[in-house]
Design a protein around this ligand. Structure first.
Ligand code: UDP
Ligand code: MG
Length: 327
């Protein structure tokens, strides 16, 4: 029997499914999503739980979730404040207990109809099935250019590849979740961590729906900060790039300086020009500051790691999964 066939046999027909849903001020969306999702899970799962992580909501999300948590299957994890989506996801993964774990957003952008298809691939032996956006035509050009630059930098010759246009919407086998939870770092750049742990992964194409209520929490500034965090956490390419720039500039100035000395000695030509000196000075000041800033970004990352603070603080943890054998 091949290893993949063995894997296939061990997988139950109706696995226990945990859904992890991070939510920040998503009352109206959750009121629609939770009944639909529980209907679906009731049909396909052997036992299920929907874990909503309230990441410091200030609307009526907490009341809604506390109500839902009185029914079997709905779990409510409230964080003590807003810690960010990546921390909320980690909190959800930590309490999720299913054979498979599905991550999806609360705003109905991730079509839940895709979950049975993902589950089919899991039955076929795939450990992670991740949803990839078919296109990004709905986004502004600045965001599209920024994201392709981001994936260009991240995908730079590493041993593992972060798939472009894949978000957090995915189904993962228990083993993958356990591997993710064993990663000790504080900079939880999840897109990178999913790729780092490896396992058999397969994309599944989808077109994200419009956000049903409210607005995206990720402005262009927040996205840029998120992208920079990802780059410092997953690539040393900027540091090597700066070393290369430094070397090139040093070589160019040595060649140019030698030429000036020879020109002066042979032809007696003197270099005149305030403009040249001032331009060169600002150029080098710019490069130096850029280099310091880049090194600073890596030091900030180290600083966050060495503080060893917990990633989030849980205020309350309510509810339980369905089934005789609670997850
Ligand atoms: N979210 C969160 N904490 C945050 C920001 C967002 O839990 O600090 C949740 C949000 O409620 C949603 C998901 O993460 O369920 C994706 O956020 P959003 O829809 O704002 O992002 P976008 O879809 O625009 O990338
Ligand atoms: Mg969204």
């Amino acid at each position: 029997m091949t290893p993949s066939a063995q894997n296939h046999c061990q997988r139950p027909d109706r696995p226990r499914i945990s859904c992890v849903v991070p939510a920040l001020n998503e009352h109206d969306n959750l009121a629609l999503l939770l009944p639909m999702l529980s209907d679906l899970l009731g049909k396909i799962a052997g036992g299920w739980e929907i874990i909503v992580i309230d990441d410091g909501s200030t609307d009526a999300t907490p009341q809604l979730l506390a109500d839902f948590a009185t029914k079997p299957g709905f779990r409510y994890l409230q964080l003590s404040r807003n810690f960010g989506k990546e921390a909320a996801l980690t909190a959800g993964l930590k309490v999720a207990d299913g054979d498979v774990v599905v991550i999806l957003d609360a705003d109905l952008q991730h079509p839940i109809e895709l979950i049975p298809a993902m589950l089919e691939r899991w039955h076929a032996g795939i450990d992670t099935v991740y949803a990839v956006r078919e296109h990004r035509d709905d986004e502004r050009w600045l965001k599209r250019v920024g994201s392709s630059m981001f994936y260009g930098i991240l995908g730079n010759g590493g041993r593992f590849r972060i798939p472009p246009n894949a978000g957090d919407f995915r189904l993962m086998d228990r083993q993958v979740v356990d591997a993710l939870l064993h990663l000790p770092e504080r900079t939880r750049f999840m897109k990178g961590l999913y790729a780092w742990v490896g396992f058999k992964s397969e994309p599944i194409l989808y077109v994200p729906a419009e956000r049903r209520h409210g607005q995206s929490n990720f402005s262009l500034i927040r996205l840029t900060r998120f992208a920079l965090d990802g780059i410092t956490a997953f690539s040393t390419w900027p540091l090597r790039f700066l070393t290369a720039v430094g070397c090139l500039v040093a070589i160019a100035s040595f060649v140019y300086g030698s030429y000036l000395i020879v020109d002066y000695s042979v032809n007696g030509n003197q270099v005149s020009g305030w403009t040249t000196i001032v331009t060169a000075m600002f150029f080098f000041a710019g490069i130096n500051t850029m280099a310091l800033g880049t090194i600073g970004a890596y030091i900030a990352c180290i600083f966050d790691e060495v503080k060893q603070r917990p990633l989030y603080v849980v205020r309350q943890n309510l509810g339980r999964s369905t089934g005789a054998d609670p997850l």
